[in-house]
Every structure is written in structure tokens, then in C-alpha cells.
Design a protein. Structure first.
Length: 172
């Protein structure tokens, strides 16, 4: 019950739909995907929570307006890219668990690519979704390098302790 998609616009930006027994989470919304809400509804009938790995427009493009709420790290919530969002911006908390019913995603703040970059980890499945924090190709740091190094250490420790084998990136 995990689906991967791409908007095919900005270096094949990735989005992921993760479903539990009660609800689903859509991780990122791509650059510009027409009727994304209808596409998601054709996959799951469960309520969907939209979360963003970070605020760049290839992850929070115009399709976020199909959703009434966007959950994001507060360090990226005020980004100019989100100025036209018509819904309500809600803040994630580092370490919080998003309960989907029989499945949970852990919110892990991994700043470096942006100050508010976030990774979502499914401990039971042994994988996570890292946006552009890790694995998306060229290393682009819009925060500072020491912030990125600390995030790498934090994620490496978590992966080792929790048996996380894979991180799916924000671009394929």
C-alpha cells in the first residue's frame, strides 16, 4: 500500500502515497499535476493528509491547492513558494508519529537542503522518504553545510538503530 509517482517536470520529481487501514499520507505534490486530488482518490478512498518534505515548488507546486491542509516543517512554512497556497498550513514536529491505522510514519527533521527539510520513515517497512535531503542527485544545500552534516549523522544513526534499509528520494 505504497505508490510512487512523478510529475515529470523538474528532474522527475517524486511523490508517494502511503496508505494505512484508516487513512493515507501523500508525500509531496510535484510541480504541477492537474487533478492530483482525483488521481489520489482513484487509488485510495481513505482520507488523505498532504505532507511536504520541503517547500521548493517542485514538491509543493500548484497541486497543493487541491488539498485543504498542508503539513510542513515550521522552518519552511513561511517560504515564499507557499505564499499562494489557499489552504491551511500546519506544522510538523520532529519525532512525531503519523498514525495511519496499522502503519505509522515517523517525522524526522533533516535540514540541509532547506532549513525545513523533512524525512518520513516507516520503521516497520524498513524504508523512508527523504525528499531532497538524501539521494536526489546533485547535492544542493540552501541551509548550511554543518546543518547537512548533522542531518546525515542523525539519519545514519536512525537507519542503523531502526533497521532502515532504503530512503526513497524526491527525484528519480
Amino acid at each position: 500500500h505504497t505508490w510512487a509517482g512523478t510529475g515529470h517536470l523538474m528532474s522527475n520529481e517524486s511523490l508517494y502515497l502511503v496508505e494505512g487501514s484508516d487513512r493515507a499520507v501523500l508525500i509531496d505534490a510535484g510541480t504541477r499535476i492537474a487533478d492530483l486530488d482525483k488521481i489520489v482518490a482513484s487509488i485510495t478512498k481513505k482520507p488523505v493528509m498532504l505532507v511536504a518534505t520541503h517547500s521548493h515548488p517542485d514538491h509543493t507546486g500548484s497541486a497543493i491547492n487541491y488539498f485543504p491542509e498542508l503539513y510542513i516543517n515550521p522552518a519552511d512554512a513561511g517560504a515564499s513558494y507557499l505564499a499562494d497556497y489557499k489552504g491551511k498550513i500546519k506544522h510538523l514536529k520532529d519525532g512525531e508519529m503519523i498514525d495511519l491505522g496499522g502503519r505509522a510514519l515517523e517525522v524526522v527533521f533533516t535540514p540541509g537542503h532547506t532549513p525545513g527539510s523533512t524525512t518520513f520513515v516507516d520503521r516497520r517497512a524498513g524504508y523512508g522518504f527523504s525528499g531532497d535531503s538524501f539521494g536526489s542527485g546533485n547535492l544542493l544545500v540552501f541551509g548550511n553545510f554543518s546543518m547537512l552534516i548533522e542531518s546525515c549523522r542523525k539519519m545514519s544513526d536512525l537507519m542503523e538503530k531502526q533497521g532502515i534499509r532504503f530512503l526513497y528520494p524526491g527525484h528519480f
